[in-house]
Design a protein around this ligand. Structure first.
Ligand SMILES: *[C@@H]1O[C@H](CO)[C@@H](O)[C@H](O)[C@H]1NC(C)=O
Ligand SMILES: *[C@@H]1O[C@H](CO)[C@@H](O)[C@H](O)[C@H]1NC(C)=O
Ligand SMILES: *[C@@H]1O[C@H](CO)[C@@H](O)[C@H](O)[C@H]1NC(C)=O
Ligand SMILES: *[C@@H]1O[C@H](CO)[C@@H](O)[C@H](O)[C@H]1NC(C)=O
Ligand SMILES: *[C@@H]1O[C@H](CO)[C@@H](O)[C@H](O)[C@H]1NC(C)=O
Length: 333
């Protein structure tokens, strides 16, 4: 168990360096969220970012994807396969409603995971490593749930098996990847001079302009899913000519599709960022204590021991000196 935990810490530190910013969408949501955190929340969460990394949530935002694959996690990707189903929900094809008793059996879905990890992050019965894992999952899943195809159809695995060509690409892609990556990449390249920071600034302004829904609470996970399910049925599966995509045939999606959908991608990234920020601020208020990283705990123990030794030494010196220092005796005795 200790070895597994140590591995987790090393893994965070080493692998995150190799993968840098990870997937663009997740890093943007995390960065937007972090811009919304108050200083108490920021301080609390910094504690969970490995100490050799900058205190930047976007660096850990893709960790739950990285651990799943042989390429990125050759040593124990198998041990994380249980978490795969927590990245999404699927509804029956064209059903267009999410029903948790049907679509989220035993809470093994993104709604269950959002509840689980937001609770574990502030649960005093969870240790530091468990809370750290909870934070990494939470940052990622709030991003995922806002990508409409993470709330897609069961029959085509959320668009993963719907194949075709996108824009001027000559390589086959799939609908899910178009929404995970390709709309964002093309949008940044074509409208933001290939500069992710320009895109970020624009999203931040969009986020700050978004009016808050007065009835919205910080943890309305079901609402976030319902919105995505709705976009899937009303928008995602309609091609350039507004004709329903037939998943058994290869699609060719061009600029009409791209131009109709990048505004929705912008909106979902901004919403994800705003909601993740307010969720984390809220959790910071609800927590009752802060767990410290194992190395800091060890340091504190060492400092305490040194402090006690110091006190004993001072007392010893004082007791030894007292008889030969009569002037330290009370003058008024
Ligand atoms: C809750 O989190 C724990 C720890 O990661 C995990 O073992 C469990 O499968 C999670 N359950 C759900 C429903 O996400
Ligand atoms: C298309 O696929 C080939 C073979 O996998 C790859 O070498 C090439 O880089 C891809 N092209 C693009 C534009 O992604
Ligand atoms: C946000 O609102 C301001 C003021 O109305 C406007 O100038 C700006 O373009 C808006 N930003 C976005 C991204 O819509
Ligand atoms: C807020 O809730 C009230 C009462 O449930 C409802 O009448 C109103 O339409 C809701 N407003 C929004 C913006 O959803
Ligand atoms: C989709 O394409 C398949 C294969 O050509 C065809 O059998 C099926 O009827 C089509 N479905 C719809 C809804 O058009």
């Amino acid at each position: 168990m200790l070895i597994i935990r140590l591995y987790f810490i090393l893994f965070c530190q080493e692998v995150l360096y190799v993968f840098g910013w990870g997937s663009v969408g997740h890093s943007l949501v995390a960065r937007l969220a972090q811009s919304q955190l108050n200083s108490t929340t920021n301080h609390w969460l910094d504690n969970y970012i490995p100490s050799n990394l900058p205190d930047d949530l976007s660096l850990i935002a893709s960790w739950p994807d990285i651990i799943l694959y042989l390429d990125s996690n050759p040593f124990d990707y198998n041990d994380w396969q249980w978490s795969r189903e927590l990245h999404f929900i699927n509804t029956p094809d064209w059903n267009c409603t999410y029903i948790s008793t049907r679509d989220c059996l035993n809470n093994r879905c993104i709604e269950g995971a959002l509840k689980n990890y937001s609770q574990r992050l502030i649960d005093n019965n969870c240790d530091y490593i468990q809370q750290q894992e909870a934070l990494f999952f939470l940052v990622h899943f709030v991003g995922d749930v806002h990508q409409p195809l993470h709330c897609g159809f069961k029959g085509d695995f959320g668009g993963n098996s719907v194949k075709g060509l996108f824009l001027n690409g000559t390589n086959e892609t799939n609908l899910h990847t178009i929404w995970d990556v390709e709309i964002i990449t093309n949008h940044i390249n074509q409208h933001f001079q290939s500069d992710i920071n320009l895109y970020y600034n624009y999203l931040e302004s969009l986020m700050l302009n978004q009016s808050l829904n007065i009835n919205e609470t910080y943890d309305n996970y079901k609402l976030w899913i319902d919105e995505s399910v709705n976009y899937v049925c009303k928008q995602v599966y309609f091609d350039d000519n507004n004709i329903k995509i037939n998943g058994s045939l290869n699609f060719t999606l061009g600029y009409d599709y791209f131009n109709r959908n990048w505004p929705l991608v912008d909106q979902r990234l901004a919403q994800g960022g705003r909601r993740l920020g307010s969720l984390l601020n809220q959790l910071a208020k609800s927590r009752s204590s802060t767990k410290l990283p194992p190395d800091v705990q060890a340091l504190i123990i060492v400092l305490c021991i040194e402090f006690i030794i110091g006190i004993i030494a001072v007392i010893g010196v004082y007791r030894y000196k007292r008889p030969i220092n009569p002037e330290t005796q009370p003058l008024l005795s």
